[in-house]
Every structure is written in C-alpha cells, then in structure tokens.
Design a protein around this ligand. Structure first.
Ligand code: GAF
Length: 388
C-alpha cells in the first residue's frame, strides 16, 4: 500500500478525535556495502529510501501516550512514567524512544499519535529504525526545542533496540534514517561518527532489491551471537596487546587474528575473518565509486555475499539462490542486504540487463519456492523531517 499523509490524518481523527497534530516522516534504508561492520567500529555505506514511516503527533499534557498503529489496526495507552511500558513491540519502540529522550532531559508531557509505514516488514530495510527515528525526531521538535543533535537522536533509537527490544544493533540504521539526503549515499565511520555524503547517480546502472519474503527477524535471532563472537575475538587480541588501544575489530589486523585463532575457535575466527575483509571492501568501494569503476563495486558486493553466507553465516537458501540467479544473469553486483537471516538481496545491475534479470529472478524463484519475490527499485530519499 502506498501511504499518503491524508490516510494518516483521516485515521488520526477517527481513532484519537479532536484537532490535528503535526506530521513527521522517517525513511527505511538500503546499504550498498559494509554489513555487520557498524558494531565493529568500521565503515558503512547506507542511503535512505523513499519508503518510510509517517506519524501524526499531538501533545496531550497527560503523561500518557495514546497510540494507534494504522497498519496493525491496534490501539494502546501507556504511561510515560511507568518503567514497564507496553508489551507489543510496535508500541515499545515508541515507549523506548520517549524514555530515552526523557533521560536526555527532554520534557515529554505525553501525546496522541497514529502511525503507518510502507517499508516492507522483515525485508532488512529497517522499518523499526524508521519508526524510532520518526519519534526521536518528532519529540525533539515538539518537546525539546530541537536542541538534541542528529547523531544523538540516532543513538536514542539504537538504545531503544538494546534496552527495550533486545537487539544489540549498531548505529547504521538509525543514522541513515535520520541523516538521509535525497540522491546521496553516506559513508559513515562508525568509530568516529564522521560521515560524508556521496552523490549516487550511477550512469547506466540501477540498484534493485529482490525481497525473498523470508521474514528477517533480528529479535531473538543469532544477530546478538554474531556480535558476541566479534567481541570475544577482540577481548583475546586486546589481552595479548595491552600496549595498544584495542576496542573493536576495527583496531585489529589479520596477523592479530592469526595469533588468537586457536584460542577463540573456528566459529569466532570465521566471523572475525568476514569483518576484517568487509572493513577493507567498504573503502575499496568508495575508491571505485570515485573512479566510476562499477565493475569493482560489483565484485566487492559478490565478495560480501560470499563472506556473509560462508563465514558470517547469516544467509539462507533463498538468498543464496537469488545471488546465484543474479550471477547467472550477468548482474554486476549482488549480495544479502542488512542483518541477514532473510529479507532482500541488493543488486547493482546494468540498465540493459535489468528487465531480463528481474523477470528471471521472479520466474526462477517462483518455480523453486512457489512464491514470487518482490522487486523494489531503489530510490534514494531524504531523512527524518517534519511534513506539516
Ligand atoms: C541490522 C542492524 F540493525 C544494523 O546495526 C547492522 O548491524 C546491520 O544489521 C548489518 O549491517 O540492520
């Protein structure tokens, strides 16, 4: 369903009554390369998309939140002072953001809200970050005089995932949702927080997502295990080199890994191996983009897929299949996008190969798995903003 502001406004009055509030939007994201590098202090290369979350919000001064999810047709009311919060995750995201903003000193006084989104759920396009970022941005505007900077707002969303949802994610998704800029990807150094915009206007190529519709769900998934593996490797390397300031895999070398591989075991070694490779690939992709070398960009994307599938083990049969189909169709680059365990592949495809690729991917996938994957053309859009 393509979401319109009018849909949200109509439902807001229907379910919450009274006068209109203000309307805010925040997008989902794609990521060209740099997967599972954010919590390892590395680089990521995301961009916001035009799909996102829209919320209407009206302060109510009652220290409660009255919230209606338009997509799920679900309503709840909860106090902002009761630490427990609501049970349903779609409301917990809002509650977590409110609590984190209050902890930063923002005088939230309660509000009525209705929200809806068109980021496909479970596609690895960060629908939850879109929701968190939308409320963090809106609360800063409505209650906080916009005093909180954007990176801190992104961290509010991340802390919500950690403390209220149980996913120990990195900063990429919330960063991209808040900072997105139409027509631009962003290279973020997750250690320093520095980033730069890269205009994304590849001549002769398109970016397209093929959604396997295998539900990607990071809550309760082995996502946190992957992070623990990386941190375990870092702990062992740091113990051997107290003279160096080793905090994440960003600070570690291939030689360091070689030194601890027997101590940490085969699984953790494989996880770290993927991360060290990915760290270099993001930088290689940036150089290649500057040189207009899309073949190189694509080669790196295939390498990432290989690493995510064989070493990081966050792929699934359907995503590996889509990656193979892309290769067979001559697609320049293809890989799993996002956390993994389902969701989409992201594909860099030459214009002239695009029609054949999407038709072949749909047909072959249907033949093998009995359902048609969803094709999503990537359009890079703006980050969090007030609509009216
Ligand atoms: C998920 C997480 F939320 C991000 O922080 C990131 O780690 C990503 O998986 C993998 O790159 O989207």
């Amino acid at each position: 369903m393509k979401l319109t502001i009018d849909d949200v406004k109509t439902r807001f009055i229907k379910h919450l009554g009274g006068e209109h509030g203000s309307i805010y939007a925040s997008p989902g994201r794609i990521n060209l390369i740099g997967e599972h590098t954010d919590y390892n202090g590395g680089f990521v290369f995301p961009g916001a998309v035009t799909q996102g979350m829209i919320a209407e919000i009206r302060p109510n001064g009652t220290r409660t939140i009255r919230a209606y999810s338009i997509d799920l047709k679900d309503y709840d009311e909860f106090s902002i002072d009761d630490e427990k919060g609501p049970n349903a995750s779609h409301f917990r995201y809002i509650f977590g953001v409110v609590r984190e903003m209050m902890a930063l000193g923002v005088p939230v006084e309660g509000f009525d809200t209705a929200f809806a989104g068109d980021v496909p759920n479970g596609a690895g396009m960060s629908s939850s970050a879109a929701l968190e970022s939308c409320y963090a941005f809106a609360i800063n505007d409505l209650f906080g005089d916009n005093k909180i900077d954007k990176m801190t707002l992104a961290k509010v969303g991340q802390a919500t995932e950690h403390k209220y949802i149980g996913v120990n994610c990195g900063i990429m998704d919330q960063f991209a949702s808040i900072h997105g800029k139409k027509g631009n990807l962003m290279r973020l150094d997750c250690r320093s927080g520095e980033f730069e915009y890269f205009p994304w206007n590849p001549q002769g190529y398109k970016l397209v997502l093929i959604n396997s519709c295998v539900k990607h769900e990071l809550v309760g998934s082995p996502y946190n295990d992957r992070r623990n593996s990386c941190e375990n490797v870092v702990k062992h390397i740091a113990a051997k080199h107290p003279e160096r300031q080793i905090e994440t895999l960003r600070d570690c070398t291939w030689e360091d890994l070689e030194e601890v591989k027997d101590e940490v075991g085969e699984t953790d070694t494989k996880r770290a191996k993927y991360v060290l490779g990915e760290k270099d690939r993001v930088l290689a992709v940036c150089d290649a983009l500057e040189a207009g070398d899309y073949e190189k960009v694509g080669e790196m994307m295939y390498q990432t897929h290989e690493g995510l599938s064989k070493d990081y083990e966050v792929s699934c049969e359907e995503l590996d299949f889509l990656n193979e189909v892309a290769r067979d169709c001559g697609v320049t680059g293809s890989r799993i996008m996002g956390g993994g365990f389902g969701g989409c592949t992201i594909n860099l495809v030459a214009d002239e190969l695009y029609p054949n690729f999407v038709e072949t991917a749909k047909a072959k996938f249907k033949e093998k798995y009995g359902k048609t994957p969803i094709v999503i053309d990537v359009v890079i859009g703006d980050g969090s903003r007030k609509l009216c």
